[in-house]
Design a protein around this ligand. Sequence first.
Ligand code: 8YV
Length: 331
Amino acid sequence: MNPRILLARAIFPEVLDRLAQHFDVTSNQCDESWTQLEFIERLQGHQGVFTTGGERIDAALLAACPDLKICANMAVGYNNFDLEAMTTAGVLATNAPEVLTETTADFGFALLMATARRMAQAEHFLRAGLWTRWRYDLFAGAEVHGSTLGILGMGRIGQGIAKRGALGFGMQVIYHNRSRLDVATELDCRARYVSKQQLLNTADHLVLVLPYSAASHHAIGAPELAQMKPSATLVNIARGGIVDDAALAAALRNKTIAAAGLDVFEGEPAVHPDLLLLPNVVLTPHIASATLPTRLAMANLAADNLVGFLTQGKALTPLNAEVMVKQQVLC
Ligand code: 8YV
């Protein structure tokens, strides 16, 4: 009998077809929204689950789904996984790194540009029929080329943004990270390591690309925003919860900083109502990795992990590899 897998969300039909060659698949192609309880009920009796970053895998779910062996996330971020509980329960966790790096870095830079150059605001103005004549300061924004780009969280995506800024736009790149990069990587990205305070004080444009965890919750709140330049822009393509959205709305309203570009939100898809009313913020619905080739590559990587692990005991991108090793020993 083939292993049984559950797809928590609608996915590319070709990925579904591929998975169906190896598994008994329970799909969700009509993309129903499930409560956590409904998700747990549907997961009963399945050995694998294909998640997309929004489905919570925690100790209660694991206790209720004893047949589960692998959760494959179609996302590089995995803050929807309680990794410790999964390891204790002997359930493999996998994510989808690398395949989205350049696409997400492109989007981070695009959001920076749109924010600094006030593109969304200007477009709304034009569509509203308010453009009657040229004016010297009409939607005058902040300079991007030659300015100082700050990056908080210097993983693969942060490095991609650094290279775009340094090589394409002649920006001075500074970064802060839990651990400093090696010299060769710093040179490759033309990036200089600074303290978090220096980063906040100095950056003209600050891009957040750090993973969400209890430690990074509200890494940017009122005290941090107060340390930024009044002319600065802030871009968050990482996760909601890294920024205190209420504090950010206040800072944008009071002109503590000039503008923000946000792709992720606390409690998304809900958006803090104050942000929706502000003109100096560009809002996008968590689409940083959204090109069809990249999303397909992410889905295929999650599928490869399911096939590899459930048919041969080997996943490509495990997050708790010790579970994989244990299963291989048992086989
Ligand atoms: C995903 C992301 O689109 O990979 C991530 O961590 O945030 C996005 O690329 C999202 O998580 C849903 O899969």
